[in-house]
Design a protein around this ligand. Structure first.
Ligand SMILES: [Zn+2]
Length: 412
């Protein structure tokens, strides 16, 4: 990743084929509002320092005093810098052997029970040390930038001891990510059971994790943490000042939705196994449903009930779930494609779900997720004649470049 120039005071991105942004200023967007995207043809975006100062049609561009850096937008469309609100980007090693085994028919749960799965990444992550983790998250962040992601959340959860959990949170912060403490991801091998592990995590890790992270997350699933354990963990984290998130209903419907609603969580994520009652409850709640279609596809699982959630009035976001085991994919454009082909969201709904609503999950919807005056000048420039190529060009090199806080980045 190399800078195209020094930090400009002002940047004019001119002659764009289209600027496309979710409408209005509200967040999260629900129902019909989720699919309302404003499109300006033959347009410009003016950035001043780190913020967007103006957006409009070229014919309305006012005379601008020098000096100003210009970026030629001919052949390009601008959408808001994409926001990935659910990643596990802080890990060392890979799971390519497991990926190969799974192709021969082994299930995710069988691999986990055999000591593979999350715990094999725990071994690699513990061995990497803090320097190795910073380098790993930086590498993953650069992959995300190349795919148009300008804001990302990343979870710990591959240390599961004091030192590496805290080192993970520091590493995520050090490279510009938004850290979530996934202290309840799996039970590490040195503990006999989940309750004993939680005793340790809440007493020895939470006090410092609460200073480093913005949110806490738990894997509520058969073989990981049950509903009572998740409640205990989340209540302690909330008391320590952390916002709450849950991995829920990925394989089995295990009570994550009512628990998320009761505790006022920001989101419940996955929902592949959520039934009609859970959909209805989420539609009437303030909890955002974060859908992760790459992980459903990677594991050959059913897709979450996205259309039903939107129609029930739920706030829906989409994210990569980038991780070495069940979703080795950092591309939100791929997620937008799957949202349209698998989740039956329109490209406009997919754009709102991966910008404004994802920013809402991260408590940043007042600053990122739209192209409008006062928002941070984060743009994803698509090398396409129509912004809907974001979802349409499945797996293709659709991202031309990004502008990050007013600075154009050349993507190597
Ligand atoms: Zn996840």
């Amino acid at each position: 990743m190399s800078d195209a120039g020094s930090e400009p005071e002002r940047l004019l991105v001119r002659d764009l084929e289209q600027v496309a942004t979710p409408s209005g200023r509200d967040a999260p967007l629900r129902g019909d509002a989720l699919g309302k995207v404003e499109v300006l043809e033959d347009a410009y975006v003016l950035c001043e320092r780190e913020e967007i100062a103006a957006v409009g049609r070229m014919r309305d561009l006012p005379a601008l005093a020098e000096p100003i850096e210009e970026l030629d937008g001919r052949g390009l469309c601008a959408v808001p810098g994409l926001v990935d609100c659910h990643t596990h980007a802080c890990f060392a090693g890979d799971r390519v052997d497991e990926f190969s085994l799974r192709a021969t028919g082994a299930s995710y749960e069988e691999l986990h029970a055999a000591g593979g799965g999350i715990l094999s990444t725990v071994r690699a992550t513990r061995a990497a040390g803090e320097g190795g983790l910073v380098a790993a998250v930086e590498r993953h962040r650069d992959w995300m930038l190349r795919a148009g992601t300008t804001t990302f959340e990343a979870k710990s959860g591959y240390g599961l001891d004091r030192d590496i959990e805290l080192a993970s949170l520091r590493a995520i912060r050090a490279v510009g990510g938004i850290p979530t403490w996934l202290g309840a991801h799996a039970v590490p091998p040195e503990f006999d059971d989940a309750d004993a592990y939680l005793d340790f995590a809440l007493a020895d890790v939470l006090p410092e994790a609460a200073r480093l992270a913005e949110a806490a997350d738990v894997f509520l699933e058969r073989g990981a943490f049950d509903s009572a354990q998740a409640r205990r963990y989340l209540e302690a984290c909330r008391a320590a000042g952390l916002a709450l998130r849950l991995h829920g209903d990925q394989f089995t419907e295990g009570g994550a939705v009512p628990l998320a609603i009761e505790l006022g969580a920001r989101s419940v994520d996955h929902l592949e196994a959520t039934g009609p009652e859970g959909v209805r409850a989420l539609g009437q709640s303030g909890v955002t449903a974060v859908l992760l279609p790459v992980s459903a596809l990677f594991l050959d699982r059913p897709m979450p009930p996205a259309r039903a959630l939107v129609e029930a009035g739920a706030a829906v976001a989409i994210a990569t779930d980038f991780n070495p085991g069940s979703a080795f994919c950092e591309s939100l454009p791929v997620v937008c494609s799957l949202a349209s082909t698998q989740l039956k969201l329109t490209p406009a709904e997919a754009l709102s779900a991966s910008t404004v609503n994802a920013a809402h999950v991260l408590s940043r919807a007042d600053r990122v997720g739209r192209i409008a005056p006062g928002y941070r000048a984060d743009l994803t420039l698509l090398g396409a004649p129509d912004w809907r190529y974001l979802a349409y060009h499945f797996g293709g090199p659709v991202v031309h470049s990004v502008v990050l806080a007013g600075r154009p980045l050349a993507l190597g």
